[in-house]
Design a protein around this ligand. Structure first.
Ligand code: PLP
Length: 394
């Protein structure tokens, strides 16, 4: 395995498993559930963790190792582990390190299933949580309790695209000796590296922009060696490991992450600028638009503004639904981070179980449309959005 620290694109392409005697150019898929031992002594040493090497694919596999070593280079983290899904990553990054009586301080606008872990699953084991708002950083320190062990955040948030200052948060976590865990799925390692600002854990759903082609489910927990050691122990014995096939797909996906993110972000910025000129839109939110309230912070901690744009179409919930029904090319799907552009109306779908007041706290207004920009031709994307805006006025 190459340890060379090159530039992002080079590491993403040239970090590769050792070649086999077949001299393959591209890493092959290792579909094997177990590995054979040279002799009894090697088997003993492998089980005793005295030498590195593969034993059983629930513990490790060359495809998973390649994917993770590459991700660690791209995120500037010491170690990591690949998981079967993004949620497995969120879950084990918390469950492995928390015990009964501990408390988590989390940003209110975390992913839906992360909410369920915090407010339904963990309370069964006496692990409590408090939410804090990204828009009110002054309130965070007073919410830290003597039993607080971890801070968990997503930035930018989904779908409101609010940010929090990772450098400030890194210092807050250090001051109170807390583990800072950042779900970096929205930004990907190409746009933002939380570990550089003091995050101890960086968690990912690899299903979104990282795969980028809507094919596989996967996740990763990356971070400090001593923390990952505990997470690895938990994963090894509870079994949420990534399949080698998905690791093989995702390692190849990372080879093109930089070029794909450049295009996703360029398309997103172009759409945001176009929407800002439309008289049919109440507001547009995109971190790299100068009108975003945290534009300066976005420029500080992100390389580009990301692949997602949100806007409030005039006419509330009904108009939002009509707009989606009028789209001809953009997909109507709950996913994001695909080559295909996707539109969603959170108020009537992903966040429909919340009250309007609860939605408004996390920035979801009635006509809010979230667009995940794909890689199609930008003229075609705007043409579709324009015709759907016109058709939904009637
Ligand atoms: C999708 C998503 C997850 C969950 O990932 P899965 O791969 O679907 O399990 C977690 N966090 C964020 C921010 C997401 O967008």
């Amino acid at each position: 395995m190459s340890k060379k620290k090159g530039n992002f694109e080079t590491d993403a392409i040239r970090t590769q498993s050792e070649r086999t005697p077949f001299r393959e150019h591209s890493t092959p898929l290792y579909l094997t559930s177990s590995f054979v031992f040279e002799d009894a002594e090697q088997a003993r040493a492998l089980f005793a963790d005295e030498i590195p090497g593969n034993i059983y694919t629930r513990f490790s596999n060359p495809n998973n190792t390649e994917f993770i070593e590459k991700l660690c280079l791209l995120e500037s983290t010491e170690d990591g582990i690949a998981t079967a899904s993004g949620m497995a990553a969120m879950y084990i990054s918390m469950a492995a390190l928390l015990k009964a009586g501990d408390h988590v301080l989390a940003s209110r606008s975390v992913f839906g299933s992360t909410h369920q872990i915090l407010n339904t699953i963990f309370p069964k084991w006496n692990i409590s949580y408090t939410y804090a708002d990204l828009s009110d950083p002054d309130s965070w320190e007073s919410k830290i309790q003597p039993n607080t062990k971890m801070i968990f955040v997503e930035t930018p948030s989904n779908p409101a695209l609010d940010l929090i200052d990772l450098e400030w948060l890194g210092k807050l976590a250090a001051k109170h000796n807390l583990i800072l865990n950042v779900d970096n799925c929205f930004a990907t390692p190409y746009l933002q590296n939380p570990a550089k600002w003091g995050a101890h854990l960086v968690t990912h759903s690899a299903t979104k922009f990282m795969d980028g082609q809507g094919r596989v489910i996967g996740g990763a927990v990356l971070g400090k060696k001593e923390l990952i050691k505990e997470v690895r122990f938990f994963a090894r014995h509870t079994g949420p490991s990534m399949s080698p096939f998905n690791a093989w797909v995702l390692s190849k996906s990372l080879e093109t992450l930089a070029v794909r993110m450049e295009k996703h972000c360029a398309n997103a910025l172009e759409l945001a600028q176009w929407l800002e000129k439309s008289s049919d839109v109440e507001y547009v939110k995109y971190p790299f638009l100068p009108s975003h309230p945290q534009h300066a912070l976005a420029k500080k901690q992100m390389r580009h503004g990301g692949g997602v744009v949100t806007f409030e179409i005039k006419g509330g919930i009904d108009r939002g639904r009509k707009f989606l029904n009028s789209l001809k090319m953009l997909s109507h799907s709950a996913n994001l981070g695909d080559t295909r552009s996707i539109a969603t109306h959170p108020a009537s779908t992903t966040h429909s179980k919340l009250t309007e007041a609860e939605r408004s706290v996390v920035g979801i207004t009635p006509g809010l449309i979230r667009v995940s920009l794909g890689l199609e031709n930008m003229e075609d994307i705007i043409t579709d959005i324009k015709q759907a805006m016109e058709a939904s006025q009637k």
